[in-house]
Design a protein around this ligand. Structure first.
Ligand code: Z5A
Length: 208
C-alpha cells in the first residue's frame, strides 16, 4: 500500500504572505523530490472555484450562506482532490482550510465554535492537516502589503476590528494543537522562509 502523503495548510490574515510562501514550499518540496500538489480554499475544484467567485465577487451573501458555501466547497475539494492525492502518497499544500472558517466565520462573524465544529465533523471527520503554518502579523502590515496589489473583494472590505478578531481567533486555535507552526510574518521574507524550512524539515523527519 502506498504511503500516505502529508497535508500542509497555510493560514493567516490578508496579505501576510501565504501565496508567496506557498511558492517557496513548492520549490522546497521539489528540491527534496517530494511529489506534491498545491491548491486553495475556497476553490481547488470546478465547483469550489465557482463558489469562490460567488463568495468573493458575487452579490449579497448572508452569513449562514457564507459559512455553508465554505464547507460545501471544502466537501467537494476533499472528495475530488485532497483525499485522492493523500491516499496516493502525494503531499498536499493548501492555501487556507478549516482554521480559516474558525477564524473568519467564528472569530469574525461570531458563529459559535460548536456550530463550526459540527460542520467540520460532517465534512472531514478526523482528517486534519499534519502541519499548519500560521503566518501572523499585525493586520495593518498585511493590509498595506495587499493594498499594493489589487482591489478588495467582499470579505477584504470588512473592518479592521473584524480582522483583529480573525487574527485573535487564529492565535487562540494555534494553542490547541502541536500541528501549528506560528511564524512572525512581519519579519523579512528571508527570515520567514528560514522558519518555514525548519518546520518542513521537522515534518519530513517525522514522516520518514
Ligand atoms: N475565507 C473565509 O472567510 N473562510 C474560509 O473558510 C476560507 C476562506 C477558506 C480568500 O482568501 C478569502 O476567503 C479570505 C478569507 C476567506 N478573505 N479575506 N481576507 P485568499 O487567501 O484568497 O485571500 P487573502 O487572504 O486576501 O490572501 P492574499 O491577499 O492573497 O494574501 P497572501 O497570499 O497572504 O499574501 P501574498 O500575496 O503572498 O503577499 C502580499 C504581498 O506582500 C506581496 O507583494 C508579497 O511580495 C509581499 N510579502 C510577502 N511576505 C513578505 C515579507 N515577509 N516581507 C515583505 N513583503 C512581503
Amino acid at each position: 500500500m502506498s504511503k500516505k502523503g502529508q497535508f500542509i495548510t497555510i493560514e493567516g490574515t490578508e496579505g501576510v504572505g501565504k501565496s508567496t510562501n506557498i511558492a517557496f514550499i513548492e520549490q522546497w518540496l521539489s528540491e527534496n523530490n517530494i511529489q506534491h500538489i498545491s491548491t486553495r480554499e475556497p476553490g481547488g475544484t470546478e465547483l469550489g472555484e465557482s463558489l469562490r467567485q460567488l463568495l468573493l465577487h458575487g452579490g449579497e451573501v448572508s452569513d449562514k450562506a457564507e459559512l455553508l458555501m465554505m464547507f460545501a466547497a471544502r466537501a467537494q475539494h476533499l472528495q475530488q482532490k485532497i483525499k485522492p492525492a493523500l491516499e496516493q502518497g502525494i503531499w498536499v499544500v493548501c492555501d487556507r482550510f478549516t482554521d480559516s472558517t474558525f477564524a473568519y466565520q467564528g472569530g469574525g462573524r461570531h458563529f459559535p465554535l460548536e456550530t463550526i465544529s459540527m460542520l467540520e465533523n460532517l465534512v472531514h471527520g478526523d482528517l486534519q492537516p499534519d502541519l499548519t503554518i500560521l503566518l501572523d502579523a499585525p493586520i495593518e502590515i498585511g493590509m498595506a502589503r495587499a493594498a499594493k496589489r489589487s482591489a478588495s473583494d467582499r470579505i477584504e472590505a470588512e473592518s479592521v476590528a473584524f480582522f483583529n478578531r480573525v487574527r485573535e481567533a487564529f492565535l487562540q486555535r494555534s494553542q490547541q494543537s502541536n500541528r501549528y507552526s506560528v511564524i512572525d510574518a512581519s519579519q523579512s521574507l528571508a527570515e520567514v522562509q528560514l522558519s518555514i524550512e525548519g518546520s518542513l524539515k521537522a515534518l519530513l523527519r517525522a514522516d520518514s
